[in-house]
Design a protein around this ligand. Structure first.
Ligand SMILES: Cc1ncc(COP(=O)(O)O)c(C=O)c1O
Length: 440
């Protein structure tokens, strides 16, 4: 529990609980007695209503690449606000942003905008079904792809229900998930090409889509092995299924997303978060033939699809500015800072003499209070002791002026530099020393 008193946040939460279930609109904000409420933010700093300043490594769950209130975005969006925010007409802003994103990745021939990563994944799964005429979706155990029923299966299994490692059970997340959903989701072991292919073979005429996050944060933020991505790519192309990369978070990792580094060309890619420049966004991009399901073709209109605020010009404008500025140099600079962060953290574990490891790639990292870095979801799953220590560690970091995602995942933003990382690793050291007794 945080030792810093935050009476204004506490009062706000009292009020919030009267009108919002659990006091929030997103459960991820719930920690300790009450969430903290923000006053304002600038660059990589966030100021709460009780006057405490923190360096932001959460970045609204990896959605800010340029930090907060980034001047070029503020000024472009302010101009757009004066022109109107959403119309029952198309805008050029949408075309400009689509042209930009399609120029970044070879696999993006056509793109459709939506309002969240969840919606992008949902549209991708439905597009795969419409294109292939099949129903089953295959995903990796423990991977997070948002809140669509099919995407949620086996998002958070535990030792009591996850079954054999080589053949994981499909485990529902929400009570009331229809059994038909569970039957239609096939769960694959992570980074195990042969085992995954053997499972897929059993359903080879039924699989519409295989979805994979190239650096799945809930699977310990362990990067996917190129051989695994390639095996899935080969399997899907041999068996007429769609390979979808979920790059909602990982698109930040290379100029053209992780697919550029892995040398795999997915049929579809879901995106979201940072491509919106701080505004709600989702996008589905892919090969023109698969994306053709959204429009009337020889087989008719296979997937009618709309969204009231999709491609609104505020998001399109913010996204275009954010992504144009996130050019190859900016990507390479932030990734180098990521290398520096991971290396510094490893040193801190040694100095603090604590069993700790760090995973991640590019501008993403995750801290584990485990001697050996995990290699899959099951190894990432913390023991009771580790979970207690991790929660206390995040509290200590908050008190040291650092905001992290509560799984101890962190993301960098372009306003950060090595001096910010040094402040961070100092805070990590102090926090680790405080929680060391829990791990003993
Ligand atoms: C890999 C991945 N896919 C999809 C989503 C869902 O995105 P959103 O929260 O915008 O619906 C997330 C969100 O964290 C994600 O990490």
């Amino acid at each position: 529990m945080s030792k810093i008193s935050s009476p204004i946040s506490a009062d706000l939460f009292e009020r919030a609980q009267k009108v919002l279930p659990g006091g929030v609109s997103r459960n991820t904000l719930l920690r300790g007695k009450h969430p903290l409420y923000v006053k304002n933010a600038k660059g990589c700093k966030v100021f709460d209503v009780d006057g405490v300043e923190r360096i932001d490594f959460a970045n609204n769950m990896a959605s800010h690449i340029h930090g907060h209130a980034f001047e070029p975005i503020v000024s472009a969006v302010s101009e757009q606000l004066k022109q109107g925010t959403a119309f029952t007409m198309a805008t050029e802003a949408e075309i400009l942003f689509a042209e930009h994103l399609c120029s970044r990745s070879e696999s993006f021939e056509k793109i459709r905008f939506v309002n969240s990563g969840t919606e992008a994944v949902m549209a991708g799964m439905k597009a795969a079904r419409a294109f292939t005429g099949r129903t089953k979706i295959a995903k990796v155990e423990g991977s997070y792809h948002g809140a669509y029923d099919y995407a949620e299966v086996s998002q958070a299994p535990n030792p009591s229900n996850w079954g054999d490692l080589e053949r994981p059970n499909p485990v529902p997340l929400a009570h009331g998930t229809p059994s038909s959903v569970i039957e239609d989701v096939i769960i694959l072991p992570f980074n195990e090409p042969e085992q995954a292919a053997a499972i897929l073979d059993e359903y080879k005429d039924e699989i519409a889509c295989v979805i994979i996050d190239p650096i799945p944060h809930r699977i310990g933020m362990v990067p996917v092995k190129a051989e695994f991505a390639k095996a899935l790519s080969e399997w899907t192309s041999t068996h007429g299924a769609i390979l979808m990369f979920d790059e909602v978070i990982t698109y930040r990792s290379e100029y053209g997303g992780m697919q550029e580094q892995l040398g795999v060309t997915p049929d579809l890619t879901s995106m979201g978060k940072m491509i919106g420049g701080g505004f709600p966004v989702g996008a589905l991009a892919g090969h023109a033939d698969v994306m053709g399901v959204f429009t009337k073709g020889e087989r008719g209109l296979l997937l009618p699809h709309s969204g009231t605020f999709s491609a609104n010009p505020v998001t399109m404008t913010a996204g275009l500015v954010a992504m144009e500025i996130f050019d190859r140099d900016a990507v390479s600079k932030i990734n180098k800072l990521g290398d520096y962060t991971r290396a510094s953290l490893k040193d801190v574990f040694k100095t603090a003499d604590i069993p700790g490891s760090v995973t991640g790639a590019g501008s993403l990292f995750r801290i584990h209070l485990k001697e050996n870095a995990p290699t899959n979801y099951r190894e990432t799953h913390p023991t009771e002791k580790e979970a207690k220590a991790l929660s206390a560690f995040i509290d200590e970091l908050y008190d040291e002026g650092i905001m992290m995602i509560h799984t101890a995942s962190g993301t960098l933003s372009t306003p950060m530099d090595e001096s910010v990382i040094d402040q961070f690793t100092d805070a990590v050291y102090k926090s680790l020393i405080k929680v060391k007794p829990i791990l003993a």
